[in-house]
Design a protein around this ligand. Structure first.
Ligand SMILES: *Cc1c(COP(=O)(O)O)cnc(C)c1O
Length: 387
């Protein structure tokens, strides 16, 4: 069945007693049982029934099931933010004395999770240039518990060669965990490229209007231990499960994801083309981009709805942001509205200069997340702000 049909019509795990057509919000904590034996079976996972909303809730389960149907994953677990999905997944694979092979080119908090939080618990971050396959191979040893990467990095827009990296990692029995926030999972088949677990900030494309925080762990079942720990250890012990309200908003978001994405990615491609006539544009959808061919080969002809432009200086970036009238000065990705931000002074504002250089986050870069507005209106606003 077509993904758009599945996104809208995937059946509920159990039909609502009133036959509600849209997913009901089960805004409750406890669930009652007919007898003690059924209760014991539910608590010990011998039957599939919710018992307590920190670890299972029907609204969230329905959302997870739709994502599962759309991705063909073995297991899907929804968390209350993208960072919760990432941290829970990494905690499921790592332990003291082990290392995680990754890159300096990562979302700011993910980088800080590796270099600060997990390091404090004795997990070594091995940050390498992931476009250098030999460096990846040399970094992996018998203490490596995962290779973690972003399929298209935010904000550098570097594209990983997933198949080649997965081959290297799998030869050494190491899972590949990929953050796929920048291109929706409905557009890609990362499993076929060798990714073992996808993590997503569903705050972004799925929520759409910027309505709710959320994260997904999309597990393809190739390393069964990961799901066991995520679902039956960490969900219970860390308590970062998605809320029913967020699952409701994001189920609605999922139903319109495809149409919104086509429009936003289409807008982004057109705008990147137009703007490249007047300013330096970094977008993997442009043919002259160094990652264009690899992105095309891995993800097909779609390149997401985020790109960056480079101006003469930090001052020029601030001037540009201050002149915008339609485009909003805000951080988020794939909101319905077009958003602009100067990453070096905001998301990465507390990183020292030398670390910014390692991360390739420049003072001259503006990140744009393209929305659902009319593309000519967006272009007109960006152009007037550039002069
Ligand atoms: C936003 C983002 C995250 C974090 O997601 P939250 O939902 O804000 O916790 C992680 N990775 C990438 C690539 C992101 O853009």
């Amino acid at each position: 069945m077509n993904k758009q049909t599945v996104a809208i019509n995937n059946p509920f795990v159990r039909p609502d007693v009133y036959g509600a057509l849209a997913v009901p919000v089960y805004n409750n904590v406890a669930f009652e049982f007919d007898d003690a034996a059924e209760m014991a079976d539910a608590f010990c996972n011998r039957i599939k029934a919710p018992d307590y909303a920190r670890v299972e809730n029907p609204t969230v389960t329905n959302f997870e099931q739709r994502v599962k149907a759309l991705t063909g994953a073995e297991h899907v677990t929804a968390f209350n933010s993208g960072m919760a999905a990432i941290s829970n997944t990494l905690l499921a694979v790592c332990e003291q004395g082990k290392n995680i092979v990754s890159s300096h080119h990562l979302f700011g908090n993910t980088l800080a999770l590796l270099t600060t939080t997990l390091r404090r618990f004795g997990v070594e971050p091995r940050l390498r240039d992931l476009t250098n396959l030999q460096a990846v191979a040399e970094a992996i040893d018998d203490k490596t518990c995962a290779v973690f990467l972003e399929v298209v990095t935010n904000p550098q827009l570097e594209v990983a060669n997933l198949k080649a990296i997965a081959e290297i990692a799998h030869k050494k029995g190491v899972p590949v965990i990929a953050d796929s926030t920048v291109i929706p999972f409905t557009e890609t088949n990362l499993k076929a490229l060798g990714v073992d677990v996808e993590v997503v900030s569903s705050t972004k494309y799925l929520s759409g209007g910027g309505t709710s925080l959320g994260g997904l762990v999309i597990d393809y079942g190739t390393f069964p231990e990961i799901n066991k720990r995520v679902k039956y250890e960490l969900l219970f012990n860390l308590g970062a499960y998605m809320t029913p309200q967020a699952a409701y908003m994001q189920t609605l978001g999922l139903e319109t994801l495809d149409v919104r994405y086509q429009r936003q990615a289409g807008n982004a491609l057109w705008l990147a083309h137009e703007l490249s006539k007047v300013v330096k544009v970094n977008y993997v959808g442009l043919e002259d981009n160094p990652y264009h061919a690899l992105a095309l080969q891995q993800f097909g002809p779609t390149a997401g709805a985020m790109f960056t432009i480079d101006l003469a200086s930090k001052e020029a970036c601030f001037r540009f942001l201050n002149r915008l009238q339609l485009v909003h000065r805000a951080t988020n990705l794939f909101d319905s509205r077009t958003l602009a931000i100067h990453p070096a002074s905001t998301i990465f504002g507390n990183f020292p200069e030398e670390q910014l250089a390692e991360m390739d986050v420049r003072q001259t870069t503006i990140r744009l997340s393209i929305g659902l507005e009319d593309k000519e209106d967006i272009l007109a606003d960006i152009k007037q702000a550039l002069v």
